[in-house]
Design a protein around this ligand. Structure first.
Ligand SMILES: Cc1ncc(COP(=O)(O)O)c(C=O)c1O
Length: 398
């Protein structure tokens, strides 16, 4: 009989929860209508989308009209960064001054690439804040980098490679105070993709104007995301076409995906305390065993300000790719960086941002647990990791 595989790459994607799957199914078959159609098939699909919008609005503590469904977090982040910058350029009372964006060096590539593109096209100037060894952005650094022309601050809620949690509420307070003293407001965006399973994401509590989320990281389907947009936030659409999503995002809605996202959010909210406790305990057990039983392993990023699910290690004298492939041969799936850069062997920009050398970065491994991970799986993983590390070190003569 084939060996049971073990999945420890939940930060990359998650399996669809069976309850989400059954909610989705009819929208591929009998309820296949286009929500923009006005006949009964369309209305049926439209009602399902509105139910999901309601579930999302409940989750993020906002109005239904403040939820824009997209094709995923990459699109949401593009819209947040580019849409607000373009709006600022067209409304600006600052003449020829470029809008200024503040972000961090370890955002997801879709935020960084959007910022870089705006810079290259001469549309914005960007400050990329350092994050330091603990992988947590300093509130003072945000405060110090605010300028007269600052239009947008975009800081992720939790990092996808090392799991560190950023002080979003505190940054929100700084921006609120700053905004009380200026005409054109600074918009605050957070990429909350990795936080949704575990942390409070009510936009008022966080003090954000824009928040990004993605269904496939929370046991929902792939290819659907959202941007929560607080009312009166200046933002231009970046995708032209139909008037869907309050005119902010053209394209026929992914009805099944959206239904699944709504369901996944409702489940995530209900089960958050349980999942947090279980996954945190399991990760503590796994990390404890690894650090105790394998020589020359270091846990990257803050020990305390981190998500329950993600642990990133540097293992001395081995290559992360070797580890990944060795574990894969044993049926265990982990990652060396974000899935989006899995085909890219350059050292991770996140690990570089927290000060790891190229060599250390190449010896790093991301292990991410989820609500279906068991203690037995965590133990098999640690036992196998020990074996694979020993083997690789022996081959390398270390
Ligand atoms: C923090 C973060 N932002 C954005 C994304 C992109 O999400 P999507 O796959 O929905 O485009 C990811 C996925 O890896 C992520 O972890």
């Amino acid at each position: 009989m084939a060996k049971k595989r073990i999945y420890l790459d939940y930060a990359s994607t998650t399996p669809v929860d069976p309850r989400v799957f059954s909610a989705i199914k009819p929208y591929f078959s009998v309820k296949f209508g286009n929500p923009s159609s006005i006949h009964s098939f369309g209305r049926e699909a439209g009602e399902a989308v509105e139910k999901a919008r309601h579930q999302a609005a409940d989750f993020f503590g906002c109005d239904q009209s403040e939820i824009i469904f997209t094709s995923g977090a990459s699109e949401s982040n593009n819209l947040a960064v580019k849409g607000t910058t373009i709006a600022r350029i067209s409304h600006s009372s600052q003449g020829k001054t470029k809008p200024h964006i503040i972000t961090t060096q370890f955002e997801h590539s879709c935020v960084l690439a959007s910022c870089k593109k705006l810079e290259q096209q001469g549309m914005a100037e960007v400050t990329y804040l350092p994050v330091g060894k603990d992988g947590v952005v300093k509130i003072l650094d945000v405060k110090k980098s605010i300028k007269k022309n600052t239009a947008l601050v975009s800081v992720m809620y939790a990092n996808n490679e090392i799991g560190t949690i950023q002080p979003i509420r505190e940054i929100g307070k700084i921006i609120k105070k700053e905004n009380s003293e200026r005409g054109e407001k600074i918009i605050f965006h957070t990429d909350a993709v990795q936080a949704v399973n575990y942390l409070d994401c009510k936009i008022d509590n966080l003090g954000v104007d824009l928040l990004t989320a993605s269904a496939h990281k929370i046991y929902g389907p792939k290819g659907v995301g959202l941007l929560a947009v607080r009312k009166n936030t200046p933002m231009k659409r970046i995708q032209d076409g139909g008037g869907q999503e309050f005119g902010m995002r053209a394209g026929t809605l992914n009805v099944a995906g959206i239904v699944g996202f709504g369901e996944a959010l409702e489940i995530a909210e209900k089960e958050r305390p349980r999942n947090f406790k279980i996954v945190e305990k399991l990760k503590g057990h796994m990390v404890g065993r690894i650090l105790e039983e394998i020589q020359g392993v270091k846990l990257n990023g803050s020990k305390t300000k981190r998500l329950p699910g993600i642990a990133n290690f540097t293992v001395r004298d081995v290559e992360g790719e070797g580890l990944l492939l060795g574990l894969d041969l044993e049926g265990i799936a982990v990652s060396t960086g974000s899935a989006c850069s899995a085909a890219d062997l350059r050292p991770s920009h996140v690990l570089a941002a927290i000060g790891l050398s190229e060599e250390e970065s190449h010896g790093s491994l991301r292990v991410s647990l989820g609500k279906y991970t068991t203690k037995q799986e965590a133990d098999i993983f640690v036992d196998t990791l020990k074996k694979v590390v020993d083997r690789l070190r022996m081959i390398a003569g270390k």
